[in-house]
Design a protein around this ligand. Structure first.
Ligand code: PEP
Length: 254
């Protein structure tokens, strides 16, 4: 299975800065990498149209993701952006259930689940994020907590509709903190989650990628990304620096 590296730019860069960063990243990407690793960038909504224009006119292999999507399809929901609107911009992926949305914007599991379903209805691949807080880890309840997030967040998905899905383990204590989870932590959780998902009606052997996110950097990428169980990484801070992001991509053994 092709590994996937996703850069989550969060609330950074205007559309001109975003174009510059896309071009810097693309310039340094050897073709052998582009053909063997899926590279996805997740800019702010305001940059999507500009990046999409550059990608399609220059025929770049880099793909785009949004950082969020509305749980609603259309109607009187001021400020919301629908999955269908994103699809028109040739968005292939959308991050959903990121811990920053769950904790700072009160996105509960049922909202995350609605968003996942809207994305699937519009043929956009959800990058479904889940992961425990430091309290859940310390108290030893993290696997139960994660199982509940998976059950609730991925409810109602049907095999005939789920072409692809990315499932991202993002322990909250490792996001933006510089404290990366150990490979042992990552393997334990991804293995546990794979076993849960294998029993779901939408499971299909090669349509689901299981990835890790949380302070991935050039220093730790090699160990994480070359583990058999890890299909890729969601990269926040380091994706804003073209050379660090490229180093992370190059850490994947082809
Ligand atoms: C993220 O925002 O999904 C993330 C993993 O951030 P960072 O790499 O900065 O920890």
């Amino acid at each position: 299975m092709k590994k996937i590296i996703i850069g989550n730019w969060k609330l950074n860069l205007d559309h001109l800065e975003a174009i510059q960063l896309l071009q810097k990243i693309n310039y340094s990407l050897p073709e052998s990498i582009e053909d063997n690793i899926e590279i996805v960038l997740s800019p702010s909504f305001t940059s999507i149209r500009s990046l999409q224009t550059v990608i399609s006119s220059d025929k770049l292999k880099i793909k785009l993701s949004s950082q969020n999507v509305s749980q609603y399809s259309s109607g009187a929901y001021t400020g919301e952006i629908s999955a269908a609107q994103l699809k028109k911009l040739e968005i292939e992926y959308a991050i959903v259930g990121h811990s920053e949305r769950r904790t700072l914007f009160n996105e509960v599991d049922s909202v995350v689940n609605d968003k996942v379903n809207r994305l699937i209805d519009s043929d956009i691949v959800p990058i479904f994020c889940f992961g425990e807080s430091i309290d859940e880890r310390k108290s030893g309840t993290y696997l139960n907590f994660i199982e509940n997030q998976i059950d609730e967040g991925l409810k109602g998905l049907r095999k005939d509709k789920v072409n692809k899905l990315v499932v991202a383990y993002e322990p909250i204590w490792a996001i933006g903190t510089g404290e990366v989870a150990s490979l042992e932590n990552i393997v334990e959780v991804l293995d546990y989650v794979k076993n849960i998902i294998k029993k779901k009606p939408f499971f299909n052997d090669d349509n689901i990628k299981f990835i890790y996110g949380g302070s991935v950097s050039p220093n730790n990428a090699e160990d994480i990304l070359n583990s058999k169980i890890v299909d890729g990484a969601l990269v926040g801070g380091a994706s804003l620096d073209a050379s660090k992001f490229i180093e992370i991509i190059k850490a994947v053994e082809l």
